[in-house]
Design a protein around this ligand. Structure first.
Ligand code: PLP
Length: 411
């Protein structure tokens, strides 16, 4: 049996190129992180071979992973249970189900023309929105909509929301209409484990998460549930059955192995220190951007991400994302409240978890804000030098050798 270099040099080369790209670039995608060597070792182990029968060690591993999951989130195993088999965040949300400015596709997303996610194809959903003047969830409107729509489930959690959710208020609304309350803490699960943001477990019936974002584990998902019958539903058996055999077959045991390693680390003082830095670094980045004159949605951040509204500059997220990408600064375009079209989103989303793992402190995040500012200035110049305002022409120009930044980067 050969190692990868010998067995398949083509794939080896692509992995090596990706590794170099990860090392070289400033990774600011809010949902990404660099997991540890120990996690990767478990994920790349013989655990991937196992299916049925001969499961004594696989069962031992899953039980250990569940115990660590409950401990990492400070939960009493008599009151809470957890399923660690969801293959990722979207299936976890689908299985947790029996939607917002900044929400995620898997929260029932649909456009006026089309139901996009399985969660909107198989369930009726109704999004709630931000108050556009403050950038904060409009809880009054959520209450009114919930009273009319009478949902069975209200979902908290988002992919691009820089503030904490008001769980007590959402619990009150859910109780008034007889709905379950679920939190998708995918983005902030590391921050929740380290208690640097509000604790959704105090108020929710079900909490779902991915495991590869701020939590810094392998790619996967988890569903936490109250060991109770709520609105006539035994959550434990409903959720376990929805995972298997409802939507999935055999668990990815190698992922569960990596997750167990991650959840052990998530209980350590270094992990808490890391999550505190994720937040303080993000605040430093936000303050510098504000100093430089940028408008941030909600005016700042309580967590690991900021959302910059570029529309006051006459720019959009797609153009700035492209220019920064050429300079090896990786972040993503994102809609901001008030956007007319989702095709040319008016903002960019910037996250601190990955570069904090790489050792960045506040000082480096201030410099990062300055780099982003430079990228924005260059995007503005480039936009001016392209006749007409077509996005396609802009993309062609900045991708060509005539684009000044190309020279600067290659020099
Ligand atoms: N939930 C939230 C809030 C997310 O941001 C994401 C992914 O970005 C998901 C769920 C889906 O996770 P996955 O990509 O693992 O399906």
């Amino acid at each position: 049996d050969h190692g990868l270099s010998e067995a398949d040099p083509e794939v080896r080369t692509i992995i090596d190129k990706e590794k170099q790209r990860q090392l070289r670039s400033l990774e600011l995608i809010a949902s990404e992180n660099f997991t540890s060597r120990a996690v990767m070792e478990a994920v790349g182990s013989c655990l991937t071979n196992k299916y049925y029968g001969g499961n004594e060690y696989i069962d031992e591993l899953e039980t250990l992973c569940q115990e660590r999951a409950l401990a990492a989130f400070h939960l009493d195993g008599k009151k809470w249970g957890v399923n660690v088999q969801p293959l990722s965040g979207s299936p976890a949300n689908f299985e947790g189900l029996d939607l917002p400015h900044g929400g995620h596709l898997s929260h029932g997303f649909m456009t006026p023309k089309r139901r996009v996610s399985g969660t909107s194809i198989y369930f009726e959903s109704m999004p709630y929105r931000l108050d556009e003047s403050t950038g904060i969830v409009d809880y009054d409107m959520l209450e009114k909509t919930a009273t009319l729509f009478r949902p069975k489930l209200i979902i908290a959690g988002a992919s691009a929301y820089p503030r904490d959710f008001d769980y007590p208020r959402m619990r009150k609304i859910a109780d008034a209409v007889g709905a379950f309350l679920m939190m998708d803490m995918a983005h902030i699960s590391g921050l929740v484990a380290a208690s640097v943001v509000a604790d959704p477990f105090e108020y929710c019936d079900v909490v779902t998460t991915t495991t590869h974002k701020s939590l810094r584990g392998p790619r996967g998902g988890m569903i936490f549930f109250k060991r109770e019958t709520v609105h006539g539903v035994d959550l434990e058996s409903a959720i376990n059955n929805a995972v298997f055999p409802g939507l999935q077959g055999g668990p990815h045991n190698h992922t569960i192995g990596g997750l167990a390693v991650c959840l052990n680390h998530a209980q350590s003082p270094e992990f808490r220190a890391y999550q505190n830095e994720v937040v303080s670094n993000c605040r430093a980045l936000a303050s510098r951007l504000i100093e430089l004159g940028y408008k941030l949605v909600s005016g700042g951040s309580d967590n690991h991400l900021v959302l910059v509204d570029l529309r006051p500059l006459g720019l959009d997220g797609a153009r700035v994302e492209k220019v920064l990408d050429i300079a090896s600064i990786t972040l993503n375009k994102n809609s901001v409240p008030g956007d007319k079209s989702a095709l040319v989103p008016g903002g960019i989303r910037i996250g601190s978890p990955a570069m904090t793992t790489r050792g960045f402190k506040e000082k480096e995040f201030i410099v990062t804000a300055d780099f982003i500012h430079e990228g924005v200035q260059i995007s503005l110049e480039a936009k001016r030098s392209v006749p007409g305002s077509k996005l396609q022409d802009f993309m062609k120009f900045v991708g060509s050798p005539d684009f000044p930044l190309m020279h600067r980067v290659s020099d």
